[in-house]
Design a protein around this ligand. Structure first.
Ligand code: AMP
Length: 328
């Protein structure tokens, strides 16, 4: 099978010429350009990449006339199986799957973290295409934030922004809402797929959808883990082998707290877990127990409510988060 990848700006006439010259031998065709193709809405077998929102919107208008539903998987790239599980869920649920890759500067409260965020764009494009993504939105920063005004909007997230990630990463969720609102307004999907890995972010997005008065259906997908239990994350690419092994301790303490939750109180299990992790070199930001519904913090286990354990910690310079559901 011939695979031809284009990573340059090209024009419609050139695309037509290539299709003509290759006599249909081109089976996979990437467009990384400001172009509009006359593609059948139910096309399968290749992925179109859009850089510009205007073109993507226009194309989606046509697609939506024929497709029963559109699913959307926003990401920051450096894709792993966790991201691809969202994509697969979208394919199961919807007819057309749109993914986006954009490393959103406004959600980083630490400039160093933004600079060092892993980027594997060529590999990402190939794995999206191989996994059946129909459309990739790959904007640059100017497309999302054309001016200063476009970076300034406040979202009333209330309590959700005052705890856990909200407390330790000031401004983070405002940045998340800023970009997700823009992306949702461009793609206007029926279903939005997000990972439980970012538990609090899922509640924030759910709140955002409410604030936007849309009826986008949020689907929360389970956490995919490495064999040793470490939650898959793009940031894991910054670890060497021994750090990657050590990082799995985070999941080990969550599972150990969960399996002892009928025998010991949370405070005592929490103290033991923190001192264990600190001895291993982790710097803990929080380890908390909260109600699954609204993240209201609780001091101990109970058998009446669905609870979630949440942790954030640094291993060397890399910040990790993880969570585990209790009572279900
Ligand atoms: P990110 O690229 O980190 O912004 O993540 C994009 C989406 O993938 C978010 O909805 C994440 O929650 C989700 N995600 C990240 N890691 C995982 C994982 N290990 N399992 C499932 N979903 C994940």
């Amino acid at each position: 099978m011939n695979k031809i990848l284009f990573f340059v700006d090209i024009y419609k006439w050139l695309i037509s010429l290539i299709f003509f010259l290759t006599g249909g031998k081109v089976t996979i065709f990437f467009v990384y350009a400001n172009v509009q193709l006359n593609v059948e809405p139910n096309y399968k077998g290749f992925m179109i990449i859009y850089k510009y929102a205007k073109d993507l919107k226009k194309h989606l208008q046509k697609v939506k006339l024929a497709a029963s539903s559109v699913g959307f998987v926003p990401t920051m790239g450096a894709l792993h199986q966790g991201h691809l599980s969202l994509l697969k869920e979208s394919q199961k649920t919807t007819e057309i799957t749109v993914a986006s890759i954009f490393v959103n500067p406004t959600q980083f409260n630490n400039a160093g973290d933004f600079k060092k965020y892993p980027k594997t764009i060529e590999q990402d494009i190939l794995s999206l295409e191989e996994n059946g993504c129909n459309i990739l939105f790959l904007p640059d920063e100017k497309e999302i934030y054309p001016d200063e005004v476009s970076r300034k909007k406040h979202f009333d997230l209330g309590y959700l922004e005052t705890i856990l990630e909200g407390k330790f990463r000031p401004g983070h969720f405002q940045g998340v809402c800023l970009v997700v609102e823009k992306l949702l307004n461009i793609v206007e999907p029926d279903f939005l797929f997000a990972g439980q890995k970012d538990f609090q972010q899922c509640l924030v997005i759910s709140k955002l959808i409410e604030l936007m008065h849309t009826n986008i259906h949020l689907i929360i997908c389970p956490i995919l883990r490495e064999e040793n239990g470490l939650a898959m994350s793009s940031r894991n690419l910054r670890f060497n082998d021994s750090e990657r092994k050590l990082a799995a301790e985070l999941y080990d303490v969550l599972t150990s707290i969960k399996s002892n939750h009928n025998k010991e109180n949370f405070q005592s299990l929490k103290n033991k877990a923190i001192s264990h992790l600190e001895k291993k070199g982790f710097k803990i930001e929080y380890l908390e127990l909260a109600k699954k519904e609204n993240l209201e913090l609780v001091t101990d286990f109970n058998n009446k409510e669905n609870l979630v354990l949440l942790i954030a910690a640094y291993l060397n310079e890399v910040r990790l988060i993880d969570n585990l559901l209790i009572n279900q």
